[in-house]
Design a protein around this ligand. Structure first.
Ligand code: ATP
Length: 372
């Protein structure tokens, strides 16, 4: 792997804390100007990875390259990185302007440059509150000041550790758009940490899904959402329904637990008798009404526009209203199945679930999961 100019590479990075392996042999290559997000559940190692790039943790093994040079042994202040943490970390007795100016102080400037501070306050749209101290600013304003302070010395790389997680949902959505737009304007390589998969998909050029100190999949948001590589990614990103089964004699279906059979998409290269794991996105499953359920019967296959579709009777258990859709939790042969539907009223009782073969995605690394 080569450290591209302006980008960040981590090579075979392992970080241990006593007995805890926070990162295990992680390699990633982040391009110049890219908005790259580390997403995964709590404790998976995202923050440790970010802090190791920042120089705040020392790797047990492996290298960190920033802007093409080996930065593994450089102190944090020499790395050309700006960091924003979840909890703002502003100086409480300094004004917003002084906090931003502080970001300039250690970078070869005898006096903070007023014009530059003014530009940064404009960049985050907060010139109007420049003379307020942090306790006179809202959480969102404080986080924008923290961003301006991190950007002040013109770092090569911006590192953002859950910068929005302390904010309410609507502010989080607005601020993520603003962060993305500032990042694009400055064309700055950015590594962003979040546990929120929707945020990761919304904001990023590429995403790395992290689990137990390892990278499960790297790809564009569309890749990771539409073509999850593993069961973990399928379930963590997009609430996919995941089924384990065995490929049938004819090779065009998968028998799930000996009861249902699901169609495999055209061109699937699986041999008869092989174990396979497939996922189906909630929005790819349609809900047909009770009458159709009775007409179609249970488990029948009907011809649809994309080939032989699955239709199967299920029982609605709970329904969540999402505003523009319902997320419906059903029971299908003792198996929980999640469906997202934009129907105008909540489905109830017995329904028929239907999907086309193309909705079935074969996980490329879909070995049955032991939960280990
Ligand atoms: P969160 O989203 O909760 O912040 P994370 O994905 O960022 O989680 P890390 O903070 O990187 O996860 O932690 C990874 C693992 O390393 C966890 O098991 C954590 O308990 C452990 N860990 C992190 N920092 C230390 C430390 N300084 N000493 C001991 N163990 C640590």
């Amino acid at each position: 792997m080569t450290g591209a100019d302006g980008g960040v590479d981590v090579e075979n990075l392992t970080v241990t804390f006593g007995d805890v392996e926070a990162l295990v042999d992680v390699s990633l290559s982040i391009d110049d100007g890219e908005f790259f997000t580390l997403v995964g559940p709590s404790g998976c190692g995202k923050t440790t990875l970010l802090r190791t790039v920042a120089g705040l943790e020392t790797p047990t093994a492996g290298r960190v390259r920033i802007d093409g040079r080996d930065a593994t042994d450089e102190p944090p202040e020499d790395r050309g990185v700006g960091v924003v943490f979840q909890n703002y970390a502003l100086f409480p007795h300094m004004t917003a302007r002084e906090n931003v100016a502080y970001g300039l102080q250690f970078h070869d400037l005898p006096e903070p440059d007023d014009q530059r501070v003014g530009e940064l306050l404009d960049l985050v749209d907060l010139a109007g509150v420049a003379d307020r101290e942090p306790d006179q600013l809202s959480g969102g304003q404080q986080q924008r000041i923290a961003l301006a302070r991190a950007l002040a010395p013109k770092p090569d790389v911006l590192l953002l550790d859950e910068p929005l997680s302390a904010l309410d949902a609507s502010l989080r959505k607005r601020l993520r758009v603003q962060i993305r737009s500032i990042q694009r304007d400055l064309d700055i390589t950015t590594v962003y940490v979040t546990h929120d998969q929707a945020e990761a998909l919304a904001i990023s050029d590429r995403v790395a899904v992290v689990r137990d100190g390892r990278i499960e999949q790297v790809g564009t948001p569309e890749d990771v959402y539409r073509e999850p590589a593993t069961r973990f990614v399928a379930e963590f990103v997009g609430d996919n329904n995941v089924f384990d089964g065995v490929v049938t004699e004819a090779g065009d279906r998968i028998a799930v637990d000996g009861t249902a059979t699901l169609p495999l998409p055209n061109g699937t290269d699986l041999t008869a008798g092989a174990s396979a794991t497939v996922s189906v996105r909630p929005e790819a499953i349609s809900i047909r009404d009770r009458e159709r359920a009775q007409t179609d019967g249970d488990g029948s296959a009907v011809d649809g526009p994309g080939g032989t579709a699955v239709t199967r009777s299920a029982t609605v258990e709970t329904v969540e209203y999402l505003g523009d859709a319902y997320r419906v939790h059903c029971q299908w042969d003792d198996r929980p199945v999640t469906v997202k539907t934009d129907s105008t009223s909540p489905p109830e009782g017995t329904v028929t679930l239907g999907f086309e073969p193309d909705a079935v995605h074969v996980l490329s690394n879909g070995k049955p999961d032991t939960g280990a």
